[in-house]
Design a protein around this ligand. Structure first.
Ligand code: SF4
Length: 278
């Protein structure tokens, strides 16, 4: 089998700041003897709600592996509409600014049924950067999904027109959570966030509405201030169901987190995998 990590340019590698995409980037670098050709570019799309550890990890991968990573954020352009701006580890938003901008623009909260947060802040922002800054017209979108995530891969490759030209080399290589865990155990740095069985609950937007209710409440228990941005943002749209009609509101989840009871009675709804990869 050809090495799936030897991808052909032009290509844009989406680096989410998670362990799988870090693993994928290292394998692609190794396939190219450590240096990517000019027509293979790595980008990270920041929502402003990522954990500080995620931002530090992205910078550390870039520094240690000597690979440039372009940091992008959604920005509204008065002439071009939805657009992008290039930031860096220092200037990246840390208080949900890009997220707030899209909520204000579309006058709605994203939800499980309408994940326009991913669609605009992650997918479209990367596409606009690739087409208008890199001048790529026909390029591969390289996404870090594992071999033990076949449904997510199928969703990307079959259902989403944004991803027609996508490849998931970790999946193609047959690499699973086992290979990813073993790889990071061998490294002398890592993503400094707690691990669950097959995921990193604190990765991506901190209290993302696709995370399980118990996970969100536990994260609020650990740091009650995490809930405040979500409460403030959601309350304007509560009449329309807020972020997740099927879950308690963020205000209620904070109340539950601050009450002294355990989480025994909280429904254990599963975290729904989103396009924001690990
Ligand atoms: S992590 Fe959740 S809230 Fe953040 S962009 Fe992805 S789907 Fe939206």
């Amino acid at each position: 089998m050809n090495n799936p990590y030897f991808i052909e340019g032009p290509a844009l590698i989406s680096f989410s700041g998670g362990r799988t995409s870090g693993y994928m980037l290292r394998q692609i670098l190794d396939a190219y003897d450590g240096t990517l050709p000019d027509d293979i570019v790595v980008s990270f799309q920041n929502t402003g709600k990522e954990a500080p550890q995620t931002l530090d990890f992205i910078q550390e991968c870039s520094d240690r592996w000597a690979v440039p990573i372009v940091w992008l954020e959604y920005e509204e352009n008065t002439i071009k509409g939805n657009w992008f701006k290039i930031v860096n580890h220092n200037s990246a938003s840390r208080n949900g600014e890009p997220f707030k901008k899209i909520i204000e623009k579309y006058d709605a909260c994203p939800s499980g049924r309408n994940r326009f947060c991913t669609g605009i802040m992650k997918v479209q922002t990367a596409q606009k950067f690739a087409r208008h800054e890199l001048l790529f017209s026909d390029y591969l979108s390289v996404i870090g999904l594992r071999a033990d995530e076949p449904r997510r891969v199928a969703n990307i490759t079959n259902n989403d027109p944004n991803y027609k030209e996508s490849v998931c080399p970790v999946h193609t290589a047959g690499d699973t959570i086992r290979e990813i865990n073993a790889f990071w155990l061998r490294q002398d740095f890592r993503l400094n966030l707690p691990l669950a069985a097959k995921s990193t609950p604190l990765s991506n937007c901190d209290l993302c509405f696709l995370k399980g209710t118990k996970t969100i409440i536990q994260m609020i228990k650990d740091d009650p201030s995490r809930a405040d941005w979500w409460i403030k943002t959601e309350e304007r749209y509560l009449g329309e169901g807020g972020f997740a009609k099927e879950k308690p509101s963020y205000r209620r989840m904070k109340e539950i987190a601050l009450s002294q009871g355990d989480l025994f009675d909280i429904p254990d709804d599963a975290t729904i995998p989103c396009m924001c990869t690990d």
